[in-house]
Each structure stands twice: as structure tokens, then as C-alpha cells.
Design a protein. Structure first.
Length: 344
């Protein structure tokens, strides 16, 4: 059924359809009895699915990655899709429009998406007001970034502002320095600036009566030497975990014609083209670190098989984004069903 609906949805602009679908889900769930139906269709509850990671207990290990619910305006409805946790953002201290449109593109032959959104969001204050309306018991992560106009020399201040503002309203934090769509942002992944940023955030966190887990989201385009630096920094700073991975700037081995890709232009690629690379990075981090920190695996999960491969590679939790768009909410349930089969 979803694949028929998807064909219709894919006839229209991706960004417009994103918000149309969000409004449609919200409308449907207001119909009497519809929440019960969605629970039956998409939610699988079983204590064997529970996972305790960085001090938090997740109902199941399948989450929604950041970028889908940038302003924390959808998470209450998305909870009926069966997720064990939802990550909102990326949130910046001040609201910003992001990059010029069009900035979101389907790469259907490759079952991927290219985006150059540019951290478009309404700003931390609006996000907080939305989070105050939380009606779900799901764990909510807060993905934070810097404003586009903030120079890298002052980036730490933006992350600290967003951290303090969101602290009471999210269960864990993700430091996003790996998006390719904010100028020079990925330079913050270099060893010294990254170490300084994470150390400052960790210091601020330690001043809190009840510190929250802080994770780092990394790019799939890092070399092994850079991944070694990540492992060293995470262990030295005592960070709570890593999310592997963000979108890629690579365009290798695509089925889509080079002409189409050139017309689309810059942006981060997600979906099936990222499946193998993100799994490779998860395995590398897990093996080289001797599993000294938790890993959330994300990138190209379009089936239960993809999910199990990431868990086998060393991921403690996984997240969906593009796979959720291409396969629909039933993917979450299918993954959890296959996880249960491994526990028999």
C-alpha cells in the first residue's frame, strides 16, 4: 500500500511533500480510533527489544535520525510510527532560513536523497515551546549546530547556547559538526577544534546536577586516520558516544546519470548509496576502540537486513531517515520483528 502512495507523493516537490505528509499524519491521528489503529499497525512492544545505552533505556533500538523533525513539531505524531527514540534538529541558537530552494532532491534510481538544507530551523526558543507540548514517553535527542553567520572561531559559543537552552527538554545531545551544507562546518571535525569544542561542552555538562549524554555525529567521508583521531578524542574527553554517519559528499558508483547529478549540484547524499560505507565506519570504530563507547548506526538502512548488519558491526542503536521515506513506517516494525528473531 505504501509503495502505491509513495509513487503519488514522489510526483511532487520533496520539501513540500515532507510537510504535507506531516500535516496529513497529524490530521489522521485526530480521527477517533486512528491512534489505536496506528499502534496495531506499526508499534511492536516487547521487553526483549529494550536497550540500555549511555544510561537511558530505549523501548526499542530503532530511532528517527535528525533532519526529519527539525523544529520538534512532529515528534508526538511520529511516535505512532513505532520508533524507540526520535532525534530533533539540527537546532541553532537563532532561527535561520537555510539555503536557497530547491535544496532537497530525490535520487530515485539509487533510492537516495541529496539535500543542502543548511540547518534551516526556527531557532532554539521556538523548538523549546514545541518540546513543552511533549505527549509521548519516547526518548528525545537534541541535535545542535552553529548558525551559518557564526564564524568557526566563535562556533563553540553557539553550541553551548543551544546546549543550555535545550537541556531541560531533551534526553541526550548530539553535536553536529559533520553536515556538508553549512560553509566550513566540517572543519570543526579536525582534531584540535573538535577536541576543544567537546571539552567545553563536557565541562558545561559536568556542572549540571544531572548531566545528559553527549554524542558526536561524524561524516562518512573521514579517513581511517581521522577516525583514529575521533576514537582518541571521544575516549579522552569521555564523550558518551558517536553517531555514524551523516550524509556523504561522495557521488561514486551511482546508477543515476552524471548529468542529473551535476544538475542537482552540491549537497549531502543519504540512502542506499551510503549503506556499506556507514557500516564500514561502525565496524572500524567498534573494533579499533574495543567497543569503549556506544555507537548509533545510521546510513542507508532500507531493510531489516541492513539494520541487523549495522548492529552486528557494532552499533548499539540505529536510526532511519531516507529508508523511512522510501519504505514507510512499516520498516520500523519489520526491523524490530527481525531483532526479536535473533533473541530466540
Amino acid at each position: 500500500m505504501y509503495k502505491i502512495i509513495r509513487k503519488i507523493l514522489f510526483l511532487f516537490d520533496p520539501e513540500q511533500i515532507h510537510y504535507f505528509v506531516a500535516r496529513s499524519i497529524s490530521f489522521m491521528l485526530k480521527i477517533p480510533g486512528m491512534k489505536f489503529i496506528w499502534k496495531k499497525m506499526y508499534i511492536l512492544e516487547d521487553s526483549r527489544l529494550e536497550k540500555k545505552v549511555f544510561g537511558l533505556t530505549f523501548k526499542n533500538p530503532v530511532g528517527l535520525a535528525a533532519g526529519f523533525d527539525k523544529n520538534a513539531s512532529m515528534f508526538n505524531d511520529l511516535a505512532y510510527c513505532g520508533f524507540g527514540f526520535i532525534e530533533i534538529g539540527t537546532v541553532t541558537p537563532k532561527g535561520q532560513p537555510g539555503n536557497d530552494k530547491p535544496r532537497l532532491f530525490r535520487v530515485k534510481e539509487d533510492e537516495g536523497i541529496i539535500n543542502r538544507m543548511g540547518f534551516n530551523n526556527d531557532g532554539v526558543e521556538v523548538v523549546i515551546e514545541n518540546l513543552k507540548n511533549k505527549k509521548t514517553e519516547l526518548i528525545i535527542g537534541g541535535n545542535i549546530g552553529k548558525n551559518k553567520i557564526t564564524p568557526n572561531e566563535e562556533a563553540n559559543l553557539d553550541y553551548i547556547k543551544a546546549f543550555h537552552a535545550l537541556f531541560e527538554y531533551v534526553d541526550y545531545f548530539v553535536v553536529n559538526v559533520s553536515s556538508p551544507n553549512t560553509p566550513n562546518l566540517r572543519a570543526l571535525q579536525e582534531k584540535e577544534p573538535l577536541k576543544q569544542l567537546l571539552s567545553e561542552l563536557k565541562k558545561e555538562n559536568n556542572f549540571k546536577p544531572n548531566p545528559k549524554p553527549i554524542l558526536l555525529k561524524i561524516a562518512p567521508d573521514l579517513t581511517n586516520e581521522q577516525l583514529d583521531d575521533i576514537i582518541e578524542i571521544v575516549n579522552e574527553v569521555k564523550l558518551d558516544g558517536v553517531i555514524a554517519t551523516n550524509t556523504t559528499i561522495s557521488r561514486e558508483n551511482l546508477k543515476t546519470s552524471k548529468n542529473v547529478i551535476e544538475i542537482i549540484g552540491a549537497g549531502g547524499l543519504s540512502g542506499k548509496p551510503l549503506t556499506s560505507r556507514s557500516t564500514e565506519i561502525i565496524r572500524y570504530l567498534a573494533d579499533k576502540s574495543n567497543k569503549s563507547f556506544p555507537i548509533i548506526g545510521v546510513g542507508g538502512i532500507h531493510s531489516a537486513k541492513d539494520a541487523l548488519e549495522k548492529l552486528e558491526a557494532g552499533a548499539d542503536l540505529i536510526q532511519l531517515y531516507t529508508g523511512f521515506i522510501y519504505e514507510g513506517p512499516i520498516l520500523v516494525k519489520k526491523i524490530n520483528q527481525e531483532i526479536l528473531k535473533t533473541k530466540k
